[in-house]
Design a protein around this ligand. Structure first.
Ligand code: AMP
Length: 427
């Protein structure tokens, strides 16, 4: 399949050729024709699947003819500033041979400046729900919107944006196309979809929340302030030639970069404060093995197109358990063996259990000789005993649920067997 065969028109073909895209991804192959046919869509697709282009390309094509005197024609909502910036940058690259104006409305930036930009005649808005709501309260009209996109809808709902979305929706004209993208098919998302989608086409391309069998997963207990030292030791002693390291925040990514540099390791950092050009350059250096350690945050690492990595290290656990799956999915690709190492301190001891529940398997825990945690160190934030009992309770519930599933699976097998024996031989 080619982009041309999907019906993508020339100015966009030229732009994606410049970006080096050769063939459409699965989600693009399925979504582009449907969006061009003005259908509502409910797609479960994770970041990294090429979903931005899956909605952005057909939207740009649909809006190719300028409409004099019309207001905003498409609104793309995303949960975070970082993701909004990424979508904005992608759109800019896609529409470089077109006459389409886009703007980004995110919190933490000057509201008045954004209002001035809006007055210059904008076709597409990329926004976080809260900030878009603020603008509508200050007089932004959405009456001319033809296409409404909810990207990472599950995450938006988890972050508490449900109310904003429900308030924004009635401000759109009755007739408009809605595209809903979500990594998961949760109950909350399903409810929202019922409210805002009209006869949607379903597209399912998401990977399940399970890690690949060929990945060896291990977690090392270590004290917080010895993590960098342990990381450098592991890289050096095990002679890792190319390793991807994840941190939870931009700040710790920068701090770790400084630490590893001091240890004489060549490294690069990819996070939301780096421009796309800078991120791409660092990634290329990493791929060319000019950089041994690539430090990345979850948002920035999304969609990192790295063929096969033997090692991924979680320097810190992600804020969202699902991101663990995204992270370790970077190793052990295409049936090859990979190793995912997680460093856990006293604050993360219980968070890793959420991940184990999500992936449905236990992660082996160990300590590295010489890096054993100091038993006298206690958590400063919460009562550890309380946390322990809380997790025991949820663990018990989880085991019970699993057991009841096993029982039903067993009884199913039995009834199938029974059916087999009673079935008559057709003669
Ligand atoms: P996304 O899932 O939209 O975050 O995209 C993930 C990454 O894949 C981004 O870096 C895109 O630039 C890239 N990408 C998207 N579509 C394609 C394609 N058809 N071919 C090659 N790379 C792509």
């Amino acid at each position: 399949m080619s982009f041309e065969k999907l019906g993508v028109f020339k100015p966009l073909l030229q732009a994606i050729e410049d970006l080096g895209y050769k063939n459409p991804t699965t989600i693009q192959t399925r979504a582009i024709p449907l969006v061009l046919q003005k259908k509502d869509i409910f797609a479960t697709a994770q970041t990294g699947t090429g979903k931005t282009a899956a909605f952005a390309l057909p939207i740009l094509q649909r809006l190719r003819k300028p409409q004099e005197g019309r207001g905003v024609r498409a609104v793309i909502l995303s949960p975070t500033r970082e993701l909004s910036i990424q979508i904005y940058e992608d759109l800019q690259a896609f529409c470089k041979y077109m006459d389409i104006k886009t703007t980004i409305l995110i919190g933490g930036k000057d509201l008045e400046k954004q209002r001035r930009a809006l007055r210059s005649g904008i076709d597409i808005i990329i926004a976080t729900p809260g900030r878009l709501m603020e603008h509508t309260q200050k007089g932004l009209y959405l009456d001319d919107v033809e296409i409404f996109v909810l990207d990472e809808a599950d995450r938006m709902l988890d972050m508490g944006f449900s109310k904003d979305i429900r308030q924004i929706h009635p401000l759109l004209p009755k007739k408009h196309q809605t595209l809903l993208f979500s990594a998961t098919f949760s109950e909350k998302v399903r409810k929202l979809s019922k409210l805002i989608l009209r006869k949607p086409a379903f597209i399912e391309t998401a990977k399940k929340n399970t890690t690949v069998d060929t990945i060896n997963q291990i977690a090392y207990h270590v004290d917080t302030d010895r993590k960098a030292e342990l990381l450098a030791y592991l890289i050096g002693s095990r002679n890792f030639e190319q390793v991807l390291v994840f941190t939870k925040t931009k700040l710790s990514a920068d701090e770790l970069y400084e630490e590893l540099q001091k240890d004489g390791l060549t490294c690069g950092v990819i996070h939301g404060d780096k421009t796309k050009a800078k991120r791409l350059k660092t990634l290329q250096q990493f791929k060319a093995k000019k950089i041994r350690v690539l430090i990345a945050t979850d948002i920035a690492s999304r969609g990192l197109d790295i063929e096969h990595l033997p090692y991924v290290i979680n320097y810190e656990l992600p804020a969202i358990a699902e991101d663990y799956v995204h992270r370790v999915g970077r190793t052990g690709r295409a049936g090859r063996e990979g190793e995912a190492i997680t460093l856990i301190d006293i604050y993360e001891k219980y968070d890793i259990k959420d991940i184990e529940r999500l992936i449905g398997q236990k992660i082996l825990k160990d300590v590295v000789e010489g890096f054993e945690p100091d038993p006298t160190i206690r958590r400063k934030d919460q009562d550890e005993l309380k946390l322990k009992s809380e997790h025991k309770r949820t663990e018990k519930k989880f085991v019970k649920k699993k057991e009841s599933k096993k029982v039903t699976a067993k009884s199913l097998k039995v009834s199938k067997k029974k059916r087999k024996t009673t079935k008559r031989d057709p003669k």
